[in-house]
Design a protein around this ligand. Structure first.
Ligand SMILES: NC(=O)c1ccc[n+]([C@@H]2O[C@H](COP(=O)([O-])OP(=O)(O)OC[C@H]3O[C@@H](n4cnc5c(N)ncnc54)[C@H](OP(=O)(O)O)[C@@H]3O)[C@@H](O)[C@H]2O)c1
Length: 238
């Protein structure tokens, strides 16, 4: 299935995994909006490389998703492919996480993906085609090492995937999630790469391109929906 000419919004496009997602979707012919928060220069250079646009927004605020989508609409049109990939991972043990830290992580990692999906679905329904992909994590299954707030936010995306998928499937919209483990060349690695690799059965960290490759296959496929695909070098189950 060709993605040629489809408008794809990749949030967190300035990050390690996001940049690879933007390149992969750009290579499929999609018109890519590179969502970002702080790193303007990086986002703009990725947008230039893939022939897309860079769109800033702070997705911690409730109106962030709406403001982001307004910019995408103005520059590229309605979103056909949403890859809600952005995220924060502030490492803290369960006894350190207070209500503020909990709310911030859940707002960025879970509320924003939901609001983005909610706001792109009407257009996807109207045209009878759409793709939504959430970026979960192996932490949703194992608890992980970042913290309870992070694990809960990533597990929440799985429930969200299943809830939405069955409600929009008839309209030609697929809703899936990817659950990576430790991925190299990202700012999110919770420790030394060499040390972390020892926890992974395949003996190495994952590459952003490996995530992007799987994401693209999932987006191309019209029959895969309500699925969570783990890309974790065998971390779970083991
Ligand atoms: N790296 C891993 O090992 C790993 C494992 C499992 C799951 N994941 C998930 O993969 C996704 C991509 O992460 P990554 O590894 O590529 O990490 P990263 O390099 O740290 O990228 C994070 C991205 O999220 C954006 N972001 C952060 N806060 C934001 C906010 N308030 N509003 C809008 N955008 C915001 C950042 O934008 P700016 O840089 O412009 O501020 C950046 O583009 C995340 O959802 C993460 O949880 C990563």
């Amino acid at each position: 299935m060709s993605l040629n000419g489809r408008v794809a919004l990749v949030t967190g496009g300035s990050g390690g995994i996001g940049a690879a997602l933007c390149r992969a979707l750009g290579a499929e012919g999609a018109r890519v909006a590179v969502g970002y928060h702080d790193r303007t220069e990086l986002a703009e250079s990725i947008a230039q490389e893939v022939g897309g646009v860079a769109v800033p927004a702070d997705l911690i605020v409730p109106r962030g998703p709406e403001l982001l989508l307004e910019q995408v609409r103005e520059s590229l049109g309605e979103v056909d492919i949403l890859v809600a990939n952005h995220g924060v991972a502030h490492r803290a043990s369960f006894d350190e996480v207070d209500a503020g830290a909990w709310d911030e992580t859940l707002a960025v990692n879970l509320r924003a993906p939901f609001l983005l999906a909610q706001q792109v679905i009407p257009h996807m329904k109207a045209q009878g085609w759409g793709r939504i992909l959430f970026m979960s994590s192996v932490a949703a299954f194992t608890g992980g090492i970042v913290g309870p707030h992070y694990a809960a936010s990533k597990a929440g995306l799985i429930g969200l995937t299943h809830h939405l998928a069955s409600r929009v499937a008839e309209a030609g919209i697929t809703v899936n999630a990817l659950a990576p483990a430790l991925i190299e060349h990202t700012d999110m690695l919770p420790g030394d790469p060499g040390y972390l690799a020892r926890a992974i059965p395949v003996g190495r960290l994952g590459q952003p391109e490996e995530i992007a490759d799987m994401a693209t296959a999932m987006i191309r496929n019209a029959y895969m929906t309500s699925k969570v695909v783990s890309l974790d070098g065998g971390m779970h189950p083991r």
